[in-house]
Design a protein around this ligand. Structure first.
Ligand code: GLN
Length: 190
């Protein structure tokens, strides 16, 4: 581990993986795609990308990665985006499904409606996209809400874990404030 140049691993089973590269590199960090235990071991923090949480869960089970990921997440920062935030939640609804429970939040999958309801918005004056996003319906007091959209928490953090229900990586203005925040978090804990 290098303090000046943390290595960020994006879980590359499914979803929006490569789009994170320019953001991570613009923060001065190293970008890696990771999908094997040896690759997990070699990074300082994880991004769980947006995509389809059910598909990710199936692949995690198929490749028998649940326990090794849980072990890694217990010792390194993790940022879950959209589907990734669903994997991090303590409780998932609509329907309920397995999750790593890293953040004391309840999420309702596809809570903003169908694909057609996906939209852009500004968070911290930065354009982000909500794409079939979950709605965070409960946040424990021990977690910090970093941003809200129409009164609903969309960016939450506790200790080394953060989740955003929006995608900042689609915007080509590098790096996003969220990537900056996460790389700083990883650098602090490395
Ligand atoms: N609707 C997806 C899910 O439930 C998340 C969508 C996304 O990651 N953009 O997993």
């Amino acid at each position: 581990m290098t303090q000046q140049k943390p290595t960020i691993g994006v879980l590359a089973l499914q979803g929006a993986v490569e789009l994170h590269r320019p953001h991570v590199e613009a923060c001065g960090a190293e970008f890696r795609t990771v999908k094997t235990p040896a690759q997990f071991e070699a990074v300082d923090g994880f991004i769980l990308p947006g995509g389809e949480s059910t598909t990710m869960l199936k692949l995690i089970e198929r490749f028998d990665l649940w326990d090794v990921l849980a072990e890694q997440f217990a010792k390194k920062p993790v940022w879950g985006i959209c589907a990734g935030s669903i994997l991090m939640a303590e409780k998932v609804e609509n329907p309920s499904q397995k999750s790593f429970g890293l953040l004391p939040i309840t999420v309702q999958r596809n809570g903003y409606g169908r694909q057609i309801d996906s939209h852009h918005t500004l968070i911290e004056r930065y354009e982000v996209s909500l794409i079939r996003a979950p709605v965070i319906t409960a946040v424990d007091d021990s977690a910090e809400v970093l941003a809200r959209h129409e009164d609903t928490p969309v960016w939450v953090k506790r200790g080394p874990y953060m989740a955003s229900t929006f995608h900042p990586e689609l915007t080509q203005d590098f790096p996003s404030p969220m990537h900056r925040a996460f790389v700083d978090l990883v650098a602090e804990s490395a």
